[in-house]
Write a protein of this length. Structure first.
Lengths: 116, 116
């Protein structure tokens, strides 16, 4: 149990376009989802916390208009990178929290975004 | 603010030997949770072990055990009988509580290689 999926696993897009990444909790209801960004050989950097049905809370330094987060249901959160640029290329990971299994956060497999 | 420090960027261990990964943290809380996560080349985050600060007994999961020194704010991971599959990046993490919006604070991570 406690499976989190992300789609797509890899995406390549042209500079200036927008990209949407989905994070789904497959077998539990996720009241909260977290979005992280990770550069190669570096740690996970929390970008934002999203709660179902409300606006996301962004970490300091993360552009809200650049990284749009929507958590429309208890099983789905989306991250949209708007007007992507090469510096947005990174590995994006989501995690989902549900009141199961010791209230852990369960991580998705990540999405590799490459902006040309 | 809570901080997690992993000062060793890389370590290497011979297969079947034991290795200890270090982690220190800083917090003003008395109750909190500590974790070790493994990130193999697939980039999927895997929970290795969890320690509740109120528990004096060190957590153990098969070949993985921790040395939790609350007064020293130290939380090291010992891997016994190292296997090739243990090669990965390992992150130490802190969480203040098990609430829905409680964030994970990660250390910088350590890359562990296992020599056959």
């Amino acid at each position: 149990g406690a499976v989190v999926s992300q789609h797509p696993s890899r995406v390549i897009c042209k500079s200036g376009t927008s990209v949407k990444i989905e994070c789904r909790s497959l077998d539990f209801q996720a009241t909260t989802m977290f979005w992280y960004r990770q550069f190669p050989k570096q740690s996970l950097m929390l970008m934002a916390t999203s709660n179902e049905g409300s606006k996301a809370t962004y970490e300091q330094g993360v552009e809200k208009d650049k990284f749009l987060i929507n958590h429309a249901s208890l099983t789905l959160s989306t991250l949209t990178v708007t007007s992507a640029h090469p510096e947005d290329s990174s590995f994006y990971i989501c995690s989902a929290y549900g009141q199961i299994h010791n209230n852990e956060q369960f991580f998705g497999p990540g999405t590799r975004l490459t902006v040309l | 603010a809570q901080t997690v420090t992993q000062s060793q960027p890389e370590m290497s261990v011979q297969e079947a030997e034991t290795v200890t990964l270090s982690c220190t943290y800083d917090t003003s809380e008395s109750d909190y949770y500590l974790f070790w996560y493994k990130q193999p080349p697939s980039r999927q985050m895997i929970l290795v072990i969890r320690q509740e600060a109120y528990k004096q007994q060190n957590a153990t999961e098969n070949r993985f055990s921790v040395n939790f020194q609350k007064a020293a704010k130290s939380f090291s991971l010992k891997i016994s009988d190292s296997q090739l599959g243990d090669a990965a990046m390992y992150f130490c993490a802190y969480r203040r509580d098990t609430g829905a919006n409680s964030k994970l604070t990660f250390g910088k991570g350590i890359t562990l290689s296992v020599r056959p």
